[in-house]
Design a protein around this ligand. Structure first.
Ligand code: 5GP
Ligand code: ZN
Length: 114
């Protein structure tokens, strides 16, 4: 996707503070962190939102969750607790239409989210 900002980050055309990368995924610090640890995990494949995920993306998105678990440990929030959040669509506050998983930790969080 030529004009997708997260595709550009995945291709390293826009700088980001990358904390993890492999052939399928990239994880980088959120530009406006909402918690002491706020990382976005994306598949390099352009999937615009969760509802556009297909059966064939199952292993890829499963890998995102395993990476979230591993990053939580390496960023030292696994024991204290963390959230993995997908904002899907306008009412949920999705602002970038390349699927991304927020990994948030390092502070107490309330429920339900605002
Ligand atoms: P959403 O609201 O779509 O769930 O989350 C999008 C997130 O992407 C926001 O938390 C926002 O701060 C972050 N973001 C938007 N543009 C950029 C960017 O160019 N670089 C980085 N690192 N984060 C971005
Ligand atoms: Zn994209």
């Amino acid at each position: 996707m030529d004009d997708c900002i997260f595709c550009k980050i995945a291709r390293h055309e826009i700088p980001a503070q990358v904390v993890y990368e492999d052939d399928d995924l990239l994880a980088f610090r959120d530009l406006k962190p909402a918690a002491p640890v706020h990382v976005l995990i994306i598949p390099k494949k352009h999937i615009s939102m969760l509802t556009h995920m297909t059966e064939e993306d199952g292993a890829l998105i499963g890998k995102v969750m395993l990476t979230a678990k591993n990053l939580a440990a390496s960023l030292d929030v696994a024991d204290s607790g963390f959230r993995v959040v997908v904002n899907q669509g306008a009412q949920a506050g999705q602002s970038v239409f390349h699927i991304h998983f927020h990994l948030l930790g390092g502070r107490a969080m309330s429920w339900p989210p605002g």
